[in-house]
Write a new protein. Structure first.
Length: 428
């Protein structure tokens, strides 16, 4: 490769000439020299404005698994950390984890002739962390980026990508789905349940061939609304557990801005077709609602995205979300369980191990207006009392739970408690 035409080279400078650039440039040139020594050709340095999250997530995954695709070249600083200690709490115990630290290392993908290094630059005016991407040429880097997006789409199918808007921008986490929820675990009106799942399955069937055949824009949006505790969370969990496509969850906060809205949609479009869940969509700050609506209306801004919005307070929803085709196509009220669903739910919990059929009918009749969450609490109370006393006072337990329900309604506790769907619950 011909030498680049440049004004300054580190080899021609000393630190007194350009002290701040020298510290940075010395690191870069040293890495380039090491790569040329090992690989036999020169690497150019590239700036990344759009795909850095994906690149470093895949590198971390590859290093953790000691994947054959990536080759470790060398550490940068002899005295810097090379491994990370962390912990993970499981149902049985706290697990201590020691894993390689991608910071302070140089990694090479031989097949793509691309190298990556995440390094700290120490300077007089402060330290800075730099994500460095090196490639033999543009074609190599394009090929590598295609690999990165394909890999990310594959591995996040077993996870939920969680976007949270913060005052520093969008924070991204990957949550493992430890407690899988099947479609049989969802207790909804049969017609609504069938329609929602059919819509989901059709969207991801044969790469959206149905939409191409009938010349329908490849995007869908549904809104789930209703009181807390009636299955919106379980429904979304079951979707995440039962489709072969990525699922992302977006937590809107007071920090949601036009920037974070664009960043989230930019991230999910790279991985489409996929599901994007927006919790408590009514909490979208009024100052950015027009930006959000414009994104939804964009010709390609939602291509391949199945959008699910949730709210406990549909009266707070911006009318603009529902009054124009292409934003949310359907709205479904997730109602409290009727008598038949209450019976199905309790039988699914195997309450017949504790109560007779007559007692079960008594419980079902006494729990009118109970949510699924309250039925779960009822079952827990019955099981605990049976475990310790070998008898159950059904009337008293139902009465106590109804009393709590009335207090919640009277004092508006439902607005004060955290009714978040919270994808952190996937780890419970």
């Amino acid at each position: 490769m011909a030498e680049k035409n440049t004004l300054f080279k580190i080899s021609d400078l000393n630190r007194n000439d350009m002290p701040f650039f020298y510290d940075y440039g010395k690191i870069i040139s040293s890495i380039q020299e090491k790569l040329a020594e090992v690989c036999g050709f020169h690497f150019d340095l590239y700036s990344d404005e759009d795909t850095s999250n994906e690149i470093w997530e895949i590198l971390e995954e590859d290093v953790k698994k000691s994947a054959k695709e990536v080759q470790f070249i060398t550490y940068i600083y002899n005295e810097a950390e090379i491994k990370t200690i962390s912990s993970r709490h499981t149902e049985k115990a706290m697990e201590l984890i020691i894993k390689p630290r991608i910071e302070n290392g140089i990694y090479f993908y031989p097949h793509f002739e691309v190298a990556l290094s995440r390094v700290r630059i120490y300077q007089v005016d402060g330290d800075s962390d730099q994500d460095l991407i090196f490639a033999k040429n543009d074609a190599c880097l394009r090929s590598f980026l295609q690999y990165v997006l394909k890999r990310k789409r594959e591995y996040i199918k077993n996870y939920v990508t969680v976007f949270t808007d913060t005052d520093d921008g969008v924070e991204t986490e990957i949550e493992n789905i430890n407690s899988l929820v099947s479609r049989e675990d969802v207790f909804l009106d049969d017609s609504i349940k069938k329609e929602i799942y059919r819509s989901i399955d059709q969207f991801f069937s044969e790469s959206g061939e149905f939409f191409k055949t009938y010349d329908i824009p490849y995007k869908r949006g549904i809104l789930l609304y209703g009181k807390p505790g009636n299955g919106k969370t379980t429904l979304v969990k079951s979707i995440a557990s039962s489709i072969e496509a990525p699922v992302a969850y977006w937590q809107i906060t007071e920090f949601t801005s036009s920037y974070t809205i664009k960043e989230v949609f930019s991230s999910v479009l790279k991985l489409s077709p996929m599901v994007l869940v927006i919790e408590d969509i009514d909490s979208m700050p009024s100052s950015v609602r027009s930006v959000f609506l414009n994104i939804l209306d964009g010709a390609t801004s939602r291509e391949g995205i199945f959008l699910i919005g949730t709210t406990n307070y549909p009266e707070k929803i911006d009318p603009g979300l529902m009054n124009r085709s292409g934003r949310f196509d359907r709205a479904y009220e997730i109602k409290g369980p009727d008598k038949n669903l209450r019976h199905q739910y309790l039988m699914k919990k195997k309450i017949n191990r504790i109560l007779s059929e007559e007692e079960i009918r008594e419980v079902v009749s006494a729990t009118d207006q109970f949510s699924i969450a309250q039925l779960n609490e009822l079952y827990t109370s019955i099981a605990l009392e049976w475990h310790y006393d070998l008898k159950v006072d059904i009337t008293r337990i139902c009465s106590e739970l109804k009393s709590v329900q009335l207090k919640q309604q009277k004092q508006n506790w439902e607005e004060k408690v955290n009714s978040s769907m919270g994808f952190s619950r996937f780890t419970e």
